[in-house]
Design a protein around this ligand. Sequence first.
Ligand code: NAP
Length: 283
Amino acid sequence: MKITGAAKLAGVVGWPVAHSRSPVLHGYWLEQYGIDGAYVPLAIDPINLRRALQTMPMLGFAGCNLTIPHKEEGLRAVDDYDASAKRAGGVNTVVVLPNGHLMGSSTDGFGFLAALRAQLTGFNAANGPAVVLGAGGAARAIVAALLDEGATEVRLVNRTPERASKLAKELGGEVRGIKWEDRNQALTGAALLVNATSLGMEGQPALELSLEALPTDAIVNDIVYVPLETNLLAAARARGNPCVDGLGMLLHQARPGFEAWFGVKPEVTQGLRDAVLGTLTKP
Ligand code: NAP
């Protein structure tokens, strides 16, 4: 679709940014909904993050996404942020308010829950213990979302135990840090298993995990999406566990930003999945 001089503008700020799938994702929606708008990649060096964001209102941008490595610093670079950003410890969505102020939020937890709900009927965070592998930025947003949805027990397994205990302390609630060596036993009686480490991702070491103790009705979600079918998902699927891949979270987390910038509530469809999947399989 051609844009006019009145086009609404948004983009993704990263360093580097060329790997980001967000321009394809938002570009698909702009086309689908016939919106006069553009969503562009913005390569911004971390030392310039605050300055670059503060120029957005002057340049007429409606807002932007922040990706690696800017999410945490985003908390200091915006004028204000909401409870989701505070809970997640970072900002991934910035909206320019009518008064020109920059409002930050985190939609990763929203995306995680929406993906589970879209692929599984009746997902309920309070159904039983959740095991989350990892204590990085993504894990934090996921644990916060689970607690906010009424999870009664989160077993947080991380290679660096101090990182898990720090996160547990900051988020409060029923979060228990578990040693990486004890990850197989931690699956006993779990209702949900989430891999939020980078293990199993293309170019990263494999995730070594025995699913023996995991109940076969437990949901297994790998948020790694390259490859889409990770070894964890393949092993879980083979024993009958309901599985959710990482692409859903990536697509659903984009919805609130698109709606705020372009004024349309976008849907995650098979067409969108295919369009973004096409970019994942290309080198
Ligand atoms: P991060 O902040 O760098 O955290 C990485 C996590 O992986 C940490 O918990 C780290 O443990 C663990 N880890 C790394 N190498 C390990 C190893 N060899 N053994 C054991 N644990 C290891 O990264 P992030 O932003 O949270 O992202 C994590 C993964 O999620 C990435 O693959 C990313 O692509 C994916 N992700 C997907 C979505 C989505 O929408 N689907 C969104 C965000 C992220 P330590 O604390 O011990 O270092």
